[in-house]
Design a protein around this ligand. Structure first.
Ligand code: ATP
Ligand code: MG
Length: 255
């Protein structure tokens, strides 16, 4: 296995709360790795630590062998780790295409610095970006929506648009925080197909998801968090039968 992410003894404290408690985990470049667990287990905190939104209290996260602990969010994104958020983040008054272009901004900035703004290179780069944004929309099945206002899209389509925004950056790893939460069963099928395709293209996918059926269907590895600790990690069928996992889910509120 080639670990693209190596997490060692990651701990995150908020006052008296251990949001993450000594997490150690390796994630394979080829994985579609699901992170599950009850509400408040620390799943989003884990993503926040990996993507530079939170600085862990202690522990180390490595990406392709390099320490990324404490790097800011923009630097982590520029390395090729992209994410979506549990609460959808769209610009409702902008078109679907413009929303996707916003995801290419960071990478484009690096390119644009080296060329004269407004010169032929600039126009070329803008055209390229536009083409890639359309290709990303095509990939998630939303090419025909490109000119519509993002705020007018049904919720499930907005979730797919967020995937297109992540994909335009050509990420090495994508972290998806509850990509199928709150969507209809038809949209859930679409989303699951797109997520699988992202993985089939060679991108490592790490996905927080409450829908255990979806996880069992598409994940290659599953990690279960409870109270900030890893209580199980392995193949989906191994984790499903783990007594501690079943206990962690019992008697708790689930979304
Ligand atoms: N910024 C913060 N300040 C204080 N406490 C926080 C903060 N972020 C998370 N926590 C706490 O850390 C714990 C883990 O929260 P987290 O959001 O990571 O859980 P989760 O597994 O993503 O839950 P959910 O399934 O509800 O999204 C919770 O007790 C939460 O209240
Ligand atoms: Mg969460």
């Amino acid at each position: 296995m080639t670990a693209v992410l190596e997490i060692e003894h990651l701990t995150l404290r908020f006052g008296g709360v251990n949001a993450l408690n000594d997490l150690s985990l390796q994630i394979d470049q080829k994985a579609l790795h699901a992170v599950i667990g009850p509400n408040g287990a620390g799943k989003t905190s884990f993503f926040n630590c990996l993507t530079g939104y939170y600085r862990p209290t202690s522990g180390v996260a490595r990406f392709q062998g390099s320490d990324i602990t404490g790097l800011g969010a923009a630097k982590v994104a520029a390395l090729g780790i992209r994410r979506t958020f549990q609460n959808i983040r769209v610009f409702p008054k902008m078109s679907v295409l413009e929303n996707v272009l916003a995801g290419g901004h960071l990478r484009a900035t690096a390119n644009l610095l080296s060329i004269t703004v407004g010169g032929p290179g600039f126009r070329q780069s803008e055209r390229e970006l536009h083409k890639e944004a359309m290709a990303s929309l095509e990939f998630v099945g939303l090419a025909d929506q490109f000119n519509n206002l993002a705020g007018d899209l049904p919720y499930g389509m907005r979730k797919r648009m967020e995937l297109a925004r992540v994909l335009i950056a050509n990420p090495i790893v994508v972290l998806l925080d509850e990509p199928a939460a709150g969507v209809s069963s038809v949209e859930r099928e679409e989303l699951s197909r797109v997520i699988r395709r992202i993985h089939d293209n060679g991108t490592c996918v790490v996905m927080i998801e409450h829908d255990v059926d979806l996880v069992m269907e598409i994940a290659t590895e599953v990690t279960v968090l409870d109270h900030g600790r890893i209580i199980a990690s392995g193949l989906p069928e191994e984790v499903r039968n783990d007594a501690e996992v079943i206990r962690a889910y019992m008697g708790r509120d689930r979304k």
